[in-house]
Ligand binder design. Structure first.
Ligand code: NAD
Ligand code: TYD
Length: 357
C-alpha cells in the first residue's frame, strides 16, 4: 500500500472527523495534515480519545482555507499527494439566515485552496498522481419529483444559498481541471448520518430532543425524501476515489435508502423508546410537531450511484437500520461530547431557527 500525505480541510467537522479517524485506522502508511478553522461545527474534542501519535500521522493546523499565506506555508512545509477538501459552511438552514459566510468559505475559500494547490502542483512539475478531491453534495442538482435519480450528468439547479455556493465551488474545481489541468475529482454525496454529526442536523437533533423530552420539529408535511448514507461508507468511498479515481471525473455517492423525513423520525422514536424503556403511553412520537416549512425546501433527493459501483467497486457496506441504531447508541453513550459541542452560539441558533416556526 503506497504512502500518502493528505491535506484534509475541515477535518474537525462531522464527515472530516470520521474520515481522519477512518484513514488513521485503515491506511497505516498515510499521514494527515488537518486544516480547520474550528467554526461552531468543528471540534478538536473529536480526537481526544486517540492514542498518542509518536509518528505524528495526524497534524492539526488551526486556520481558514481563505488564508493564502497559511496555505502557501503548508504547501512549502509538506509534500502533499492529495488535498481532500471537506471545509465548508454546510447547514441549509444557516445559509438561509446568513448566506455570506457560505460565499466566503465555500466559494472564496475553495478558490484560494485551488490556487494554492495549482501553484504547488506546477512548482513540483505537475506530478500525475496528485489529486484535488472536492467533497460536494447531491443538493447541487436541486430537487427531484417522485421519479428519477441524480446522475453525474444531471444539470445543476441549486435551491439554497448552501447548495448554490457548493455548486459554485464544483464549477471552479471543474474549471481548474479543464483550464489548467489540475488533477481534480468531485464527489457528490447524499445525506450522511453517524457519529460526530453536529446536533443541529435532522438525525442528531431528533435524538437529543427525545432525550430531553423536547418537541421534534418536522418541517412542512414531513414527506420530503432524502437518500441516507452511513458516514463510514462515505469515507470508504472517498478512500477508493483517492486510490482509483480518474482525474476530471465526478462520482455520485449514495445508498439508495430513500426515506421521508417523518419515516426517519418514526424510526428514531422507536429505537429510543426501546432503549429508554418508554411505555407506549409515553412514546416519543407524541413529541412530533409539524412546523412551518423551510423556504426553497427541495422535495426529493435520490442518487444513482452506479458509476462509482461499476468503476471503483464501491457500495455501502452497512445496513441502514443497523447503522441508524448504532448512531443512536453513539449519541446515548457520548452525552459529554454533546455537552462540549453545544456552545452558547449553538443555543442562540436553535432559538433563532425554531423561535418563530
Ligand atoms: P460540517 O459543517 O460538520 O464541518 C465543516 C468543517 O469545516 C468544520 O470542522 C468547520 O470548522 C470547517 N470549516 C468551516 N469553514 C472553514 C474555513 N473557512 N476554513 C477551514 N475550515 C472551515 O460539515 P460536514 O457535514 O462534515 O460536511 C463536510 C463536507 O461534505 C462539506 O463540504 C459538505 O458540503 C459535504 N457534504 C456533506 C453532507 C452531509 O450530509 N453532511 C453530504 C454531502 C456532502
Ligand atoms: P438536514 O439534516 O438539515 O439536511 P439537508 O437539508 O442538507 O438535507 O435536513 C434533512 C431533512 O430534514 C430536510 O428535508 C429538512 C428536514 N428537517 C426537519 O424536518 N426538521 C429539522 O429540525 C431539521 C434540522 C431538518
Amino acid at each position: 500500500m503506497s504512502t500518502k500525505i493528505l491535506l484534509v480541510t475541515g477535518g474537525a467537522g462531522f464527515i472530516g472527523t470520521n474520515f481522519v479517524r477512518h484513514v488513521l485506522t485503515e491506511r497505516p502508511n498515510w499521514r494527515i495534515v488537518n486544516l480547520d478553522a474550528l467554526t461552531y461545527a468543528g471540534n478538536l474534542v473529536n480526537f481526544q480519545d486517540l492514542a498518542p501519535d509518536p509518528a505524528a500521522r495526524h497534524r492539526f493546523v488551526h486556520g481558514a482555507i481563505q488564508d493564502s499565506a497559511l496555505l502557501e506555508q503548508l504547501f512549502t512545509e509538506e509534500s502533499f499527494d492529495a488535498v481532500v477538501h471537506f471545509a465548508a459552511e454546510s447547514h441549509v438552514d444557516r445559509s438561509i439566515l446568513g448566506p455570506e459566510a457560505f460565499v466566503e468559505t465555500n466559494v472564496v475559500g475553495t478558490f484560494r485552496l485551488l490556487e494554492a494547490s495549482l501553484n504547488n502542483w506546477k512548482r513540483k512539475d505537475k506530478p500525475e498522481h496528485f489529486c484535488f478531491l472536492h467533497i460536494s453534495t447531491d443538493e447541487v442538482y436541486g430537487s427531484l419529483g417522485a421519479e428519477g435519480y441524480f446522475t453525474e450528468e444531471s444539470p445543476y439547479d441549486p435551491s439554497s444559498p448552501y447548495s448554490a455556493t457548493k455548486a459554485g465551488s464544483d464549477h471552479l474545481v471543474r474549471a481548474y481541471f479543464r483550464t489548467f489541468g489540475l488533477p481534480a475529482i468531485i464527489t457528490n454525496c447524499s445525506n450522511n448520518f453517524g457519529p460526530y454529526q453536529f446536533p443541529e442536523k435532522l438525525i442528531p437533533l431528533m435524538i437529543l430532543n427525545v432525550m430531553e423530552d423536547k418537541p421534534l420539529p418536522v418541517y412542512g408535511d414531513g414527506k420530503y425524501v432524502r437518500d441516507w448514507l452511513y458516514v463510514i461508507d462515505h469515507c470508504d468511498g472517498l478512500v477508493r476515489v483517492l486510490e482509483q479515481g480518474k482525474p476530471g471525473e465526478t462520482y455520485n455517492v449514495g445508498s439508495g435508502e430513500e426515506l421521508q423525513n417523518i419515516e426517519v423520525v418514526h424510526l428514531l422514536c422507536n429505537l429510543l423508546d426501546a432503549r429508554l424503556q418508554k411505555p407506549k403511553s409515553k412514546s416519543s412520537r407524541r413529541l412530533i410537531q409539524f412546523v412551518s416549512d423551510r423556504p426553497g425546501h427541495d422535495r426529493r433527493y435520490a442518487i444513482d450511484a452506479s458509476k462509482i459501483k461499476r468503476e471503483l467497486g464501491w457500495g455501502p457496506a452497512h445496513d441502514f437500520e443497523e447503522a441508524l441504531a448504532a448512531t443512536v447508541d453513539w449519541y446515548l453513550h457520548n452525552l459529554d461530547w454533546v455537552e462540549l459541542v453545544r456552545s452558547g452560539e449553538y443555543r442562540k441558533w436553535i432559538e433563532i431557527n425554531y423561535g418563530d416556526r
